[in-house]
Each structure stands twice: as C-alpha cells, then as structure tokens.
Design a protein around this ligand. Structure first.
Ligand code: AMP
Length: 417
C-alpha cells in the first residue's frame, strides 16, 4: 500500500517523498482514511508507530480542502493539538511544518517556561494550527490573547501521559473553550479506565484503531547499545565507523559545544565530519547538510534541535554519542534511519552516567536493546556514575509564570488522582 492509496493530496505526497517515507505504517493506514472522512478517532498507539504523521497528514488535508466550519471575523485557529510536554509539542509542530511545506497553512508551537510576549504577538497573526501544552494555553486564554472559537479539529496526543502528569482538569478547561461541533482525535499508549472515561465524553462514534508493538517503526530498526567508558567514546566511534566502513553517519550530541568538538576531532583523525547546531547560521547548516547528503562528508554531528525540521531520513547509520534526556528524542533520532524497506542501524554509546536514561528509554519503547561489547572497550566495573551536565539553555528575558506560582506545564504534584 502507498500513501497515494490512502487518498492523500499531491502536495502531501511530495512532502512524504522528500522525507523518504514510501509505505504507511499500520496506524497511518488505519487512521488517515478515517480522519480524512471527518470522523472521530480513538487510537491506541505509542511513540514510534508513526502516529504523528497518522494525524498530521489528514489534518493538513482537511484544513486545505474544506471551508472553515466556524468562520469568524478574523482568521481563526482551526486545529488544536494538545501534548503533555514541550518536547513533544515541538516534534509535532515540526512534523506539521515538514508535511505541510507545500501547503499554505500556518502553525505555531506554544509552551510554558519561555517569554509569553512573542507568543501573544504571534497569536495576532494568521494561524491555522496550534500545537500547545495545556498550561500555557490556559494562561493565554486567561489573558484573553487567544481565540479558540474556530477550532474544528482537536487532537489530544499521548492522553495517558497527560493524565499521569495531572492535566485532566486543564484538559477539561481547554475543552470548555472549544466549539461543540468539531472532529476529535485521541491518541494514547494505554487505555486505563480514566482514558476510556475521557474518551467517552470527548468522542462521538469514534473509529478505534490499535497497533501492536511489533508494528512500531522502532521495531524495524536494528538497535544496539555499546557499553563504553566515558572517555573512550570517541575512539569507539572511530573504530565502529572504520571497521564497519560506515559511509553516512548521523551522530547525535546533547550540546552544541560537544557537537563542534567531536566534528573537529573526527576531522583531525581523518574522518570527514561537520556539525550542525543552533549557533550555526542557516547558510552554514544548509552547507553541512548538502555536503553530507552528497556523500562528501562522512559524519554529520547534530543536536536534537538542529536536526528537527530538516529532511535527513533513510540513513544507514544513526549514532547516539550521548543518550538524549527525553526518551521521545531517542525515538525521533533513530527514526532517521530504517526507512521502510531499507534497513538501518541505530547505535548508542552508553557510559555509566547514562544507565538510568537507558532504562527510561527501554521502558518507553518497550524493548530491551541488545548490548554489544567491543573487544578492547570493556567497561571499568568500578566506574561511578557522574551527573550529566544539562546543556546551557539561554534564560528567558523574564520569568512570566513566576508570579503565578508553579508552572502548570510541569506540575509538581499529581492532581486529580
Ligand atoms: P511517531 O510514532 O509519530 O513518534 O514516529 C516515530 C518515527 O517514525 C518518526 O520520527 C519518523 O521518523 C518515523 N516514521 C513515521 N512514519 C513513517 C513511515 N511511513 N515510514 C518510515 N518511518 C516513519
């Protein structure tokens, strides 16, 4: 089956070709026709199943091919996607931009912990699709800076995590701000009673789709963990690249500084490498990317944020030089390999500091990743874990939420439980 068989429009098919996706995943095959037909959807799908494209693609098409259901005086937000975390919100918005790049629709991502003013300014402009975490969305609603009266498609992503994080009341508050007549899509990895209850009140006559863990994109990628001492990672990476004769390797790092340093060190050792990260100009990033795609540079070292929104998929090798601190980032990193039909390998170099992160990732993907010990790189059994230093994030100019107590995007207490 192809994406064209699902009834997607040429502009979306073109964007999918650019992304390197040829075959819909099971959740996409089930969800896309249902959403295109305008029905409600209840989907049991975890990260890694391709669920994001499963709702993003038909959502874009519906907005493009139908007239606004609730036209207002000004252009109004027509689709709202709620996610539990800022990382997920960014990833969803990234998918919307990628798949919608040949459609004239505008989108925005909104979350707390950053200055609210640029968001308020952006909300005054044309906006078709909003991806938001509940807390900041409600802040805007409270300040009267957002109009949700035009929402005709509502997506609740990772509903189980939303509930775990205590967002149920916030979700209900958001629902109260939406017009009654709308299409609702609910995604959740698990279906506890609470989710069933929420779904019952939210969805009308929904199509139910379910995918088994064997169908996740993650399952189709050959994943390996290479245990290694903290200070032997670079040598191990060089060995893997040389011994395996890897030609196109995307390496993920947590920090910009680390990415720069690794690219320099690899180049010095005779392995051509370039880094892309937020401090590089757009031109420098594009140059690195085109050199990499043309096979003139063997290794591209990237940070998660820099890798978002660029078409580098279907790669033979993705390496996590450092594990990401958010398990979903792991899935999206390795999703850059293992294009349908073509095999791909995702290798993670894991030192003692990262063992907890590894457990978290394995729990999220519901898989135990096989470990490979490379002779000469055996780990020191007495090594003690050191705290992982967080990347330096530029502070927002002002702390807009501070005056109003704890941030709702990251509740400190579990409410409603
Ligand atoms: P998701 O479950 O939406 O978080 O998607 C997980 C990863 O699967 C994404 O990062 C994509 O790289 C990948 N993906 C999504 N759809 C497809 C597809 N049709 N073929 C191959 N990979 C896909």
């Amino acid at each position: 089956m192809s994406f064209a068989d699902l009834g997607l429009m040429p502009e979306l098919l073109r964007a999918l070709t650019d992304a390197g996706y040829t075959t819909p995943t099971p959740i996409q095959a089930d969800a896309i026709p249902c959403v295109l037909a305008g029905g409600d959807l209840l989907a049991a799908a975890q990260t890694g199943t391709g669920k994001t494209a499963g709702f993003t693609l038909p959502l874009l098409q519906r907005l493009k091919t139908t007239k606004p259901l609730h036209p207002g005086q000004r252009a109004r937000i027509r689709a709202l996607v709620l996610t539990p975390t800022r990382e997920l919100a960014s990833q969803v918005e990234d998918s919307i931009s990628r798949y919608g790049k040949y459609l004239d629709l505008s989108s925005m991502v909104m979350f707390g912990g950053v200055n609210i003013n640029p968001q308020t300014k952006r909300l005054r402009e044309r906006l078709d699709i909003l991806v938001a975490t509940p807390g900041r969305l409600l802040d805007h609603a409270g300040q009267g800076t957002i109009d949700l009266g035009g929402v005709e498609i509502f997506v609740l992503d990772e509903a189980d995590r939303m509930l775990d994080m205590g967002f149920i009341r916030d979700i209900r508050r958001v629902l109260a701000l939406l017009p009654k007549e709308r299409q609702n899509l609910l995604f959740s990895a698990t279906f506890a009673d609470e989710i069933r209850h929420l779904a019952k009140g939210l969805l009308s006559n929904p199509t139910e789709v379910q995918v088994t863990p064997e169908n996740t994109t993650v399952e189709r990628i050959e994943q390996r963990v290479y245990p290694v001492n903290r200070d032997a990672k670079r040598q191990l990476l060089e060995k893997l690249i040389r011994d395996g004769d890897w030609s196109q390797v995307l390496v993920f790092m947590r920090t910009k500084h680390g990415a720069n340093r690794l690219a320099e060190q690899l180049t010095t050792s005779g392995i051509s490498a370039m880094a892309i990260h937020g401090n590089k100009s757009q031109a420098a990033r594009e140059k690195a990317l085109s050199e990499f795609k043309a096979n003139r540079v063997r290794v591209l070292v990237a940070t998660d944020i820099a890798a978002r929104g660029i078409d580098i998929d279907g790669l033979p090798h993705v390496v996590n030089y450092e594990l990401p601190s958010v398990p979903e980032d792991y899935v999206h990193r390795i999703g850059r390999t293992g294009r349908a039909g073509a095999g791909g390998e995702a290798s993670s170099l894991v030192c003692v500091d990262e063992l907890k992160l590894l457990t978290l990732i394995e729990r999220t993907i519901r898989l135990k990743i096989p470990k490979v010990i490379v002779p000469g790189f055996e780990v020191d059994p007495n090594a003690k874990a050191e705290p992982i230093r967080k990347p330096v994030v530029r502070k927002p100019q002002r702390k807009p939420d501070a005056a109003r107590g704890p941030r709702r995007d990251k509740p400190m207490v579990k409410r409603d439980r």
